[in-house]
Every structure is written in structure tokens, then in C-alpha cells.
Write a protein that binds this ligand. Sequence first.
Ligand code: PLP
Length: 487
Amino acid sequence: MLSELLLTEINRPQHSKLPLHRQLYEALRRAILDGKLVADERLPSSRELTQDLHMSRNTVVAALGQLTVEGYLVSRVGSGTYVNSHVPKPAPRRVHPPTHQNSPLSHRGQSLSAQFCASDLEVQPFTPGIADFSAFPVALWQRLQNKHWRMTYPDMLDYSSAGGHAPLRRAVADYLRVFRSVPLDNEQVIITSGTQESLGLCAQLLADHKDTVWIEDPAYWGAVKAFMATGLQLHAVPVDEQGIAPQPHDSLSPPKLIYVTPSHQYPTGAVMSLARRQQILSLARQHKAWVLEDDYDSEFRFSGPPIASLAGLDTEGRVLYMGSFSKVLYPGLKLGYLVVPKALAAAFKSAHYDLNRPGQMPLQAALAEFIDLGHFASALRRARQSYALRRQSLLSALQPCLGAQARITGAEQGLHLCMRLADDVDDQALALHIRKSGLMVRPLSAYCVRRRDSRGLVIGYGYAPLADIERFGPVLARTINQQTGPT
Ligand SMILES: Cc1ncc(COP(=O)(O)O)c(C=O)c1O
């Protein structure tokens, strides 16, 4: 019976807040879409529906009228109201759940969504890549933001076509000249929403679909995804103690882009040697390729001054340098910078505008003042001091795990270190086991693209306060020792 069907639908809780005519409309529409009322079927008259459903005539007429206007029903003069003959047949019900083959995603979408699970990003004391946001001077930031919102003029609310707010570009350029030895004009700086956007922009503007990008192996997965998303072919080049180590056979896959983290390879922590830097620049010249330098954490160097950038050695304008405020300030700020060779600056600014519609001018103005007033430098100083203590505490806690088969790399800089383990250790199982004790570290093999010989744990010390590192460091070390046995 139609009236029973309609009343069942009307009584569903999700409809209870709708006016009655809308409830009837939804019930009839659902019956048509589900094929319970079929094309050309005649509906009971409005008087019959009024009686069967115990609704007012106006309610019924309003619902039928709306369905007629929307084309679900047609009224035929002198004959009554019918389901429109053009109403599409309902799709056959799926018997099986969707499988990988019939995923609604493109092939690219499937591979982008397949690797690296979001749960791996859970923030725990030793999660790598996470800074201590609790140290961020919120009250001061709020004051600066309020000030810049008060001063905001209408243009500041528009998108920015100039590569970002000029005072911020200038502040970044000053910082990079002094601390990172990057030779540059302010015009070469483009403010982006972080390294992820900078990478995407470089891939979109400097390489074509199916061009090859050389990536480090193991690699930063954010970069891997940015390149996959732009349809580039990934060519993994193994990393050794001196950073990326291209061999003659790698040139059989000539690169259009070479992505590197020379100051502190992510995740092994290797510092690229001068010889390797020169080799990379020379290979870039030979292949007419661009080098993408991701300088994500060089602000935090604990022994000696920061390692100079690769961009500083580039005499031919082949290196694009990128940095981020995610580590020194906080990641949700979503601000970073890209330094492009002079010849590319105008093209990058206009394409960035067209592709990404950059904005956030009041935020950029507040950040420029934050830097100009010296707050960035003091945040950095404080962070460096406190990370140095955390790092030291973690290193001491891990000492009992070290031996012939286990050693630490990359602890001179940044917010994480890498504990290298013997090639036969199942680091994924070990990381899982550690997780059961409530701690989170990442297996080194999970960052490997092609190679199968890198085993270890990537352990962060940026996020947790010193007290937590002192408390949980020994727990972590004990669990590692129990699982890997004497080294
Ligand atoms: C190697 C590397 N590059 C860049 C970033 C920062 O990227 P973004 O500016 O997109 O936050 C990270 C963050 O973890 C990183 O590990």
C-alpha cells in the first residue's frame, strides 16, 4: 500500500524537523527514486492521499505541486497525476562491496590514498617531524594579528598576485641571506602555504606529465605525494652517509627535477657533503634539470652554525630553495617560502596566482612584523635550547641499545634522529610493538621507495617536553632492546 510506504518514510527521524508538506515530498521522491513508484504509474488523487495520510489537503497539494515542478510527476488533464515517464530507472543494487578495481578514484587517486595511513600521523612523544607548538607565544601573536586586522585596508583582503606581502618577502630574504647563505633579491621570494605547495608548484611549472623526478631513497613522503599528484615518474636514488648518491646508471633515467634535503636528509639525517653537492649541481647542468632544495629544519643545528644551503653554491640558477614556518612556529599557520631563480620569478608569481589564489595578507603582515621585531629569532633561540636538551636526553636513553648493529644518524640537527638497525630486523613489527607500549616511532623502511636494505626507527624529540622524554625514553630503549636482542 502506497500510504503505508509513505508513512514509514515520513516517520523516519531524519525528517522529523521538516514541515509536513516537505516530509511528504521527501517520502514520494524517495519512492520514485527507489523504483517503488514506477514511470507512468498513476498516483492516488490528492483527496485520497489526504484521507489515507490524515493530512490537510493543502499539505498534499503543496508536496505534489513541488514534485511536478521538479519533473518527478506530471499531471494529465482530466486523468490525474502520474510518475513522469522520464524518471530514470533505479540503479541495480550492488551485491558486493566496491573492490579496488571498481574504486571511484582515478588510478592516481588510488595510489595517492593508498600509502601512509593517517593514523601514523598520531602525535605522541616520539612522533617524528612534529615541533613543540605549546611553546608558541600565543598572546603576542594575537596582539600582532589584532593590530594588523585593525590596520587592514581593502586590498589586503584580496588574493595576492605579487608573490606575497612585500614586507614578509623582504624579511624572509634578509633571513635567508644572513643565515642560509642564499644569494637572492627580494623579488625571488614567493610566499606559499608551505613546502607542500612549493613542491606542487615546482612540479607543475617545471616538469611535464611523465617527466622524471629523482627523489632520495628513503624519502620524505610529502614530496613523493606531491610528485605523484602531478603525474611525474619517480626515480629513487639511494642515500648514503653523504646524502643522495647518484650512480652512472641513474642517468639512464634523465631527471627533469632532482629533489633533495641536503642540510639534513629526511629521514636518515645525512648531511650532504660538498663533493655530493657539486655532483648534484653538475648533474643538473648536464641534464638541464632543476634542483629542488627542501631546507625544512636547518634552523635547528646543535653543534656549530647551520649548514650552508645548496642554493648558495648554485651559480647557474638551477636550484629552487624552499623553507617553511611549520617547524619554528606551527604547522597550521600554513606559511612557507619558495626562492626561485630570477628568470622564473614573474612566471611563478602569475602561475601561483592562477593556480592557488594565494591570500592571507593580514596574517602575512603580522608574521613580517613578528620577524622584524626579533620575535622569530628569539622563538628560534628558545626552541633550539629546549630541543637540544630533549635530544640529549633521548640520546642518553637510547645509549644501551647501541652497538655494532645499531647506531644513530642525523642527531646533530632537526627534530628527529634515525636509529639504524641491522638489515634483518623487521622494523615495521618493532614499531608496531613499540606502539603497544603507548609510544609512536616510525619504521625507516616505511620511507623507502625502492630499496629494501634500510632498517631502523625514525624517532622525534621535538614534540614532547623534556620531562616526557626523560620518562618515556628508557621505556622506548627497553622495548627496542627486548625486541632486537643484544646488539
Ligand atoms: C622533509 C620535510 N619537508 C617539509 C616539511 C614541512 O612542510 P610544510 O611546510 O608543508 O608543513 C616537512 C614537515 O614535516 C618535512 O619533513
